[in-house]
Design a protein. Structure first.
Length: 197
């Protein structure tokens, strides 16, 4: 089992079953480690070492390592930037609209299918414990909350917008407005911004 631990440590705590088989690790040993809670299965054929030095954002890493097209979005991104007090029980991810079914077993995910520019713009890369995850920038996150206000609640979108201005003041308004224009929510956001300022 130490061989598997070392193998996973060298890969920032993650490995696919075929990689472990190629390294001479028998699937039965992985199964035993799963039962003992030493490894976790993120999705079929993709595993994580539990004792690796993870931090509070390890669930973002799990998802982005398991699904390369996933981008942390909406409530999860807003929570990451401390724009809302709400701590969502699921990790919100965006994937391209034509993506096939995603089978991530852990952590719990809420999948949003974004089209074209809504998916591809505003992605930041955050380096974390030797790996990285993709997340929408703060401005795009605020705009996306307004795009999904009917589904997630307008109060959360307004809370995030107010906190955005508290954190950054007026200096990032042009960037915010760029994403508001792309997201077609200018008419919604502008009067709220005037009320805040």
């Amino acid at each position: 089992m130490e061989k598997i631990r070392n193998f996973l440590r060298k890969r920032q705590g993650y490995a696919r079953m075929f990689e472990m088989k190629q390294a001479g690790i028998h699937p039965r040993v992985i199964s035993d480690m799963l039962k003992k809670g030493e490894v976790e299965r993120i999705k079929p054929g993709f595993y994580k070492l539990r004792e690796y030095p993870w931090d509070e954002n390890s669930s973002f890493l799990d998802i982005c390592m398991a699904e390369k097209r996933a981008v942390i979005c909406l409530l999860s991104a807003a929570s990451y930037y401390e724009l809302i007090l709400h701590n969502p029980p699921e990790v919100s991810i965006a994937v391209p609209q034509n993506t096939d079914r995603i089978s991530i077993e852990y952590p719990p995910v809420k999948i949003f299918y974004f089209s074209g520019m809504h998916y591809s713009s505003g992605i930041d890369i955050v380096k974390n414990t030797g790996s990285s995850f993709r997340i929408y920038c703060k401005e795009k996150t605020v705009v996306d909350l307004f795009r999904y206000r009917n589904r997630l609640g307008e109060d959360l979108a307004i809370e995030a917008l107010k906190e955005f201005f508290r954190q950054d003041g007026r200096k990032r308004i042009p960037e915010l407005m760029k994403y508001a224009h792309q997201g077609r929510v200018m008419k919604v956001i502008e009067p709220i911004i005037k009320g805040i300022l």
